[in-house]
Design a protein around this ligand. Structure first.
Ligand code: SF4
Length: 414
């Protein structure tokens, strides 16, 4: 059969789409681009924002238009949130993603089980994402995820994670990105933690870089910081969400701006150029101009390499859904623009610290005679090179200039 997969949302969804792809390939099916005619369309959905929810519905409709007699399977968060959602030829599937093809061929449904989830390839990617955990019980007041991904923590055993990474190394991957719903919760259900897992997977021969995708600030303990060296790259995506303590309290984020800064200090004490990226929400109910300026101030103080700015949008089932909105849509737009522009200036300031330095780049793509790839600090580098034999290799590049998005350089040897 011809199978088409459409993936929305987070790294965990991207990983699970790989599981789905491999499950059908085991039956000899062909994976085709979503824009083509297929026998089965799979929409791996997301509901983290209102926009993601409407894009999910759009993808379902577009599949049905392309082949009205095709089966459309809806998986992940939209299916979990709307178990009664019905459309002609639409099937909802919330079981183990790696067993989706068995569900289609044998009508078997298997519960989610992380210890059978292993991928051997990450299509069209130089870096492979590895899902190690599922579930979150932090219940930030704006977040729908515990209601769709569950608040029961499920961790993949260290042995399974190691075997999966060994397989990926055999298939040529030099970098793995560890992901989950909230990987700071890793191991709570199996008597271990992320720091101990890192110590184990560092032993895997042939893996050159281990990256932690996104982590809750208070999960960045001294024990974890001690493991962030060698193969574990000096970059963390540590969501701040707001720089104002009152707003953080209303978000049920259990840290203050001061405590967040203390963690940053510990990371920068270990590596003065430790790279931190983050998410910040503007326009949360109760956010005053002064509170917003506290977020701007944090961006300046931390010197983030990148800030993802989100405008607050109400999500069903969340406590924030019932909070009175005090910030108009127009003010949210203005604050989002001000914060994005300022964050770009700060990112440029941080990236200019690499001018004159040589950085190791894992080369991912070639475009118009230039090559692009990421450093261990997750900085994107652009440089010219005559031979294309450098793709998927780690190359030393001397940095000559920088802007808010890119570092520019030349290959050290040439
Ligand atoms: S920690 Fe992340 S996933 Fe968990 S509730 Fe908060 S925002 Fe959502």
């Amino acid at each position: 059969m011809r199978i088409a997969i459409f993936t929305l949302g987070c790294k965990t969804n991207q990983y699970e789409s790989e599981l789905i792809r491999e499950s059908f390939e085991k039956y000899g099916d062909e994976i085709v681009p979503f824009k083509e005619k297929a026998d089965i369309y799979i929409v791996n959905s997301c509901v983290v924002t209102h926009k993601a929810e409407s894009e999910t519905k759009k993808a379902i409709r577009s599949a049905m238009r392309k082949n009205p007699s095709a089966k459309v399977i809806l998986t992940s968060c939209f299916a979990n949130l709307n178990p009664d959602f019905k459309m002609k030829n639409l099937v909802l599937y919330t079981g183990e993603r790696g067993k989706l093809a068995d569900f289609v061929y044998k009508k078997e449904t298997s519960p989610v089980n992380l210890d059978i989830e292993m991928i051997s390839q990450f299509s069209e990617r130089t870096r492979a994402t590895v899902k190690i955990e599922e579930g979150c019980d932090n219940f930030c007041t704006y977040c729908i995820i515990p209601f769709v991904r569950g608040n029961k923590i499920m961790s993949k055993s260290p042995e399974t994670v190691k075997r999966e990474i060994e397989m990926l190394v055999r298939n040529g991957y030099k970098e793995v990105v560890l992901t989950g719903t909230e990987i700071g919760k890793y191991g709570e259900d199996i008597g271990t933690n992320l720091a101990r897992l890192l110590a184990e997977i560092k032993k895997v021969r042939g893996i050159e870089r281990i990256r932690i995708s996104s982590i809750y600030p208070t999960a960045v303990t001294d024990e974890l910081i001690a493991q962030i060296e060698g193969k574990v790259v000096p970059h963390l995506h540590m969501s701040l969400q707001s720089g104002d303590d009152e707003v953080l309290k209303k978000m049920n984020r259990n840290y203050t701006a001061g405590e967040y800064l203390k963690i940053v200090e510990k990371l920068r004490k270990k590596d003065p150029l430790f790279s931190i990226t983050t998410d910040i929400i503007v326009g949360f109910p109760g956010e005053t101009e002064e509170a917003f300026l506290n977020s701007m101030q944090m961006v300046n103080t931390v010197e983030f390499a990148k800030v993802h700015v989100f405008r607050f949008s109400k999500r069903p089932f969340t406590p924030a859904y019932f909070m009175e909105e005090t910030v108009s849509e127009n003010t949210k737009k203005i604050r989002a623009r001000r914060l994005s522009e300022f964050a770009k200036e700060v990112a440029k300031r941080y990236k200019e610290k690499f001018v004159g330095k040589t950085v190791n780049v894992l080369v991912e793509e070639e475009l118009n005679g230039f090559f692009y790839g990421f450093t261990p600090r997750y900085l994107r580098v652009k440089f010219p090179c005559k031979s294309s034999g450098i793709l998927h290799r780690i190359i030393p590049v001397k940095i000559t200039s920088a802007d808010s998005e890119l570092l520019y350089g030349v290959i050290k040897t040439e």
